[in-house]
Design a protein around this ligand. Structure first.
Ligand SMILES: CC(C)(COP(=O)(O)OP(=O)(O)OC[C@H]1O[C@@H](n2cnc3c(N)ncnc32)[C@H](O)[C@@H]1OP(=O)(O)O)[C@@H](O)C(=O)NCCC(=O)NCCS
Length: 210
């Protein structure tokens, strides 16, 4: 198992795990969690789900939130993930994302959203489903490689963070600046949304409320 390096300037609330093996699965996940994972049909999805949960649990231990993995687990409320510590719902916010066999988690006292997207071409005709005309103009003017994918990824992260917009199209996002590997945007409830290239073929976005 390895931790995929996240942009060094990002807050230490993100962990991304690749290649989790049987040893780590046994170390971090209990029988109930394993049962939920095994209920997923696709084998790759099982690996990714295990990786995202190991990411969140190992982060919680390293932050000093819990002293062992068995004390923290994750449930859902209206599809949104919820943190449980010692079987009691906790006020911390958590977000998960998966792609290409890797799993990511973000854990924060503030509402947070994380998203991973595998490299692909987004058909310009599909942009009307997720970008306003101003946002499309911003993306079109970008010098970034595959800027549309960065915008999609930013929208998904902001969707998970905000919880109050029914579709990606409705998510307010304004570009503040570009970095060599991504975008810095202002999102819902004044959140800071950043995208970056994680690997040659994966883009990551993080949305955090101030
Ligand atoms: C929910 C959604 C954000 C998931 O994103 P995805 O890229 O398919 O999958 P990811 O692996 O990145 O994220 C999955 C995780 O999102 C989380 N999630 C699901 N619904 C969520 C919600 N409403 N709020 C916050 N997090 C949510 C879950 O934790 C899930 O992981 P888990 O099942 O292991 O717990 C996405 O499917 C979605 O609905 N997007 C917005 C809707 C929309 O406008 N779609 C049309 C655009 S054209």
């Amino acid at each position: 198992m390895r931790f995929v390096e996240v942009p060094p300037s990002w807050p230490a609330i993100v962990r991304i795990v690749a290649g989790a093996g049987e040893r780590e699965v046994a170390e971090f996940l209990d029988a109930g969690e394993l049962g939920e994972i095994m209920a997923l049909r696709a084998v790759e999805r099982r690996h990714e789900r295990a990786a995202s949960r190991i990411a969140a649990k190992s982060l919680a231990i390293d932050c000093g939130l819990v002293d062992r993995a068995s004390r923290i687990r994750f449930t859902k409320s209206d599809a949104r993930p919820v943190v449980m510590i010692d079987d009691v719902e906790n006020a911390l916010h958590v977000s998960f994302s998966h792609t290409a066999g890797i799993g990511a988690a973000a854990l924060s006292e503030r509402p947070v959203g994380i998203d991973l997207e595998h490299e692909r071409t987004i058909d310009r005709r599909a942009t009307k489903f997720f970008l306003s005309s101003e946002q499309l103009a911003s993306a079109t003017a970008s010098t970034l490689d595959n800027a549309l994918l960065h915008w999609w990824c930013a929208k998904e992260a902001a969707f998970k963070q905000s919880g109050e917009h029914p579709t990606l199209l409705r998510i307010p996002l304004t570009l503040e600046r570009e970095t060599p590997s991504g975008l810095v945007l202002r999102g819902p409830r004044n959140s800071r949304v950043e995208t970056a290239r994680l690997t040659d073929d994966v883009v990551v976005a993080l949305a955090v409320e101030p």
